[in-house]
Design a protein around this ligand. Structure first.
Ligand code: HEC
Ligand code: HEC
Length: 290
């Protein structure tokens, strides 16, 4: 105990000294890294309306429970998230809770984002704070009566929401771990590619085995290395797909995947695209679920 205390005290002294020497705290949020992570998390696709200002919200998202309208996440103090504290911001993603303590609908993919680290989230916040504030009031969701009340979300969370940060799996390579963090958490690929139960929770033992699209949306294919998944795709096929959206047969990704490529995977480093590829190639082969 005494040793632990002394070590902590020592760390604080070091932190204080380096803050003094470099004129900044070692933990200062990094907006540049935040911008990269914001791309890797696909925030802009949902939080920007067609012809709307980036991140000012208002984009309709159709679901079996009605239409959700994304909120304004620009740093406007009145209608955006300009006044939020660091803790409020982190809690939205890690706990699915608003600053008022209300439960968010999982149409905001916090069940995936919950795995993100506090420091990565604060870098994203620093990036959002660097954007132009847009004064645009949030639009109310238009939901079926039984979904319009937030309280029952507590039961949904109890069933499906696993509040846990990503933990390194030391039996796997560093590349696999990076890929797992990007696919499961930031990229929230499973929100579309993993099938859901009738209550809308993703089925974790069918991870990325494909899922039908809602309404007119295209099905999200099976990404596991199974015959009716990506077994025949070579590593280079996947990496090229994530860079330019081209399939091995020369077609281009359509449906919601074209935005995922343009606004997310195309903007990543080659190393990160290789890490996503590695993670997909190590998945358990599963037959397709749509
Ligand atoms: C799949 C669409 C989707 C994606 C991707 C998405 N969001 Fe959202 N987000 C939503 C919806 C829908 C809500 C509203 C949830 C509710 O009302 O319960 C929301 C809510 C929020 C809120 C709470 C705002 C408030 O006023 O309470 C913040 C902050 C937020 N999102 C930030 C982000 C960031 C940052 C990213 C990327 C890391 C992101 N979102 C990605 C759909 C999305
Ligand atoms: C918003 C929903 C959505 C998200 C999020 C999403 N995808 Fe997709 N994805 C799709 C759809 C829909 C298609 C099928 C596109 C088509 O039919 O042209 C697709 C196609 C693909 C394909 C081509 C597979 C094939 O057999 O043609 C790959 C590979 C892929 N996605 C990987 C990913 C990865 C990795 C992520 C996370 C970084 C991801 N997707 C996130 C919806 C999504």
């Amino acid at each position: 105990m005494r040793i632990a205390l002394r070590a902590n005290w020592h760390n604080y002294l070091l932190l204080y000294l380096s803050a003094f020497v470099f004129g900044t705290t070692v933990n200062a949020a990094d907006a540049g890294h935040g911008k990269y992570l914001t791309n890797a998390s696909g925030c802009v696709a949902c939080h920007t309306a067609e012809e709307g200002q980036p991140m000012a919200g208002g984009r309709p998202l159709e679901s079996p429970f009605g239409t959700f309208y994304t909120p304004n996440i620009t740093p406007d103090n009145e209608t955006g998230i300009g006044g939020w504290t660091d803790d409020e911001f982190v809690s939205a993603f890690q706990d699915g809770l608003s600053p008022e303590g209300e439960h968010y609908y999982p149409a905001f993919p916090y069940p995936s984002y919950t795995g993100m680290s506090r420091s990565d989230l604060l870098d994203i916040k620093a990036h959002l704070n660097s954007l132009k504030p847009v004064n645009a009031a949030n639009r109310e969701h238009d939901l079926v009566w039984y979904a319009s009340w937030r309280m029952p979300l507590v039961f949904w969370k109890w069933l499906y929401f696993d509040d846990a940060r990503f933990a390194i799996d030391s039996s796997q390579t560093e590349q696999w771990n990076r890929g797992a963090y990007l696919v499961r958490h930031l990229g929230h690929c499973g929100e579309c590619h993993t099938p859901r139960s009738w209550l809308g929770g993703t089925e974790s033992d069918l991870e990325l085995a494909g899922a039908p699209g809602f309404g007119d949306a295209k099905a999200a294919p099976n990404l596991t290395p199974h015959e009716d998944g990506l077994k025949d795709w070579r590593r280079a096929d996947l990496e090229l797909f994530f860079e330019i959206g081209m399939l091995p047969n020369g077609d281009f990704a359509g449906g919601e995947m074209s935005a995922v490529v343009d606004e997310n995977t195309a903007l990543l480093t080659d190393e990160d695209r290789a890490a996503i590829t590695e993670y997909l190639r190590q998945l358990k082969p599963l037959p397709k679920q749509y």
